[in-house]
Design a protein around this ligand. Structure first.
Ligand code: 13P
Ligand code: SF4
Length: 358
């Protein structure tokens, strides 16, 4: 809509470590045995498994086979909230477990690995963020789901990549100016789509920021009929080459509906499992990450998502360990910004599909 770039926050952020992406290979018999053990434990513990599309394919299969759910961050939160199980096991990263706990304080929320962080969350410490908000009291504070409970507690709205453009359009129509955090690439994309007045926090996803525009251009030239599907956490040079830009769920839908045989995908390669199910027979090509001769830190697979393994799911359920706790006062504040989005999304669905299908 507009090419004007939104200004970035001038805040010095503490450095944080990015672990290497470690994928443990486990033989087929062991995996089958673990799956059976987990199925039995889920029943015994009255638990349901909710997984993100970027997790291990075995974990995604298990969630599907046991009445759990595999989805994007918004839908994971909604499913966990609506499901009657007393324990949620959230295979994803920490903010997803926290969101589940905030929405369901009476439920037990467990995660396979409590060290599964997110660079966007780590790059937006609550104290620095609160100072920044205090400096801009005239702005509506909108934060991405990939943030801590304390940052959500400071926000007016939480959004996800599947809802950000619609929410900001609505706020813009009411004349509101936006303070956006933490992803500067998603923020810039949303600003360009909506033309809203947005001030951006300077965070980034360590996985998506590695996708490279120049190398993608070469790849497109070598595959001229391929459709390019891009997550909006990617840099502008990658987004501008996309045929489709959207959330993880949006990318899977775009893959299903594509009328070409080849798809170039710029998001975490964990999503290939669901794309293969949705679009069987299509050739999937990873968008280039660090470029020729360079090294990348994550190479299109999130180091924290990779911490979720079948073995850890089994251990967590067996021991009922790795419980997520959220301070009650922070939770009571954070739930306001999260519920605003859930209500908004439900109303949009109602408008689009009518009362019967909503
Ligand atoms: P989605 O909300 O699109 O699933 O994105 C979450 C995420 O962490 C992407 O990196
Ligand atoms: Fe966070 Fe990026 Fe990992 Fe998503 S892929 S959880 S945004 S670090």
């Amino acid at each position: 809509m507009t090419t004007q770039s939104a200004p970035l926050a001038d805040v010095e952020l503490p450095p944080f470590d990015v672990p290497p992406t470690v994928e443990v290979s486990v033989d087929a018999d062991r995996r089958a045995a673990l799956r059976e053990e987990i199925k039995a434990l889920l029943k015994q513990r009255d638990a349901v498994l909710v997984a993100h599309y970027y997790t291990d394919a075995d974990i995604q299969r298990l969630a599907d086979e046991t009445g759990g759910y595999v989805s994007d961050s918004l839908d994971m939160a909604r499913f966990g909230h609506e499901h009657p199980a007393s324990t949620l096991i959230v295979a994803g990263v920490r903010f997803m477990g926290e969101t589940a706990k905030i929405l369901n304080p009476e439920k037990r929320v467990l995660m396979p690995d409590l060290h599964a962080e997110c660079s966007l969350d780590l790059g937006c410490p609550a104290d620095k963020f609160a100072e920044f908000c205090d400096q801009h009291p005239d702005r509506t504070v909108v934060v991405y789901a990939n943030t801590s409970a304390a940052v959500k507690a400071r926000a007016d709205w939480m959004v996800t990549s599947s809802s950000a453009v619609e929410v900001i359009n609505e706020l813009k129509a009411k004349g509101e100016k936006i303070l956006w955090a933490p992803d500067r690439y998603l923020g810039r994309y949303v600003q360009e789509q909506t033309g809203a007045d947005m001030l951006l926090w300077n965070g980034a996803c360590v996985v998506h920021e590695e996708f490279k525009g120049e190398e993608l251009r070469d790849l497109k030239a070598a595959h001229p009929h391929a459709r390019v599907l891009v997550h909006p956490e990617s840099p502008p040079s990658v987004i501008e080459l996309a045929d489709y830009v959207g959330s993880t769920t949006g990318i899977i839908k775009a893959a299903r509906e594509a009328t070409v045989d080849e798809l170039i995908v710029a998001t975490d390669r964990g999503i290939f499992h669901k794309i293969r199910e949705a679009a069987p027979g299509k050739t999937l090509i990873e968008a280039p990450t660090a470029g020729q001769g360079a090294t990348c830190r994550s190479c299109a697979h999130c180091p924290w998502m990779a911490m979720n393994s079948l073995e850890k799911v089994r251990n967590t359920l067996r021991d009922m360990s790795n419980e997520i706790h959220v301070d009650a006062q922070i939770g009571r504040k954070a739930v306001v910004s999260i519920k605003r989005l859930l209500d908004f999304a439900a109303a949009r669905k109602q408008q689009i599909y009518g009362a019967n299908d909503a």
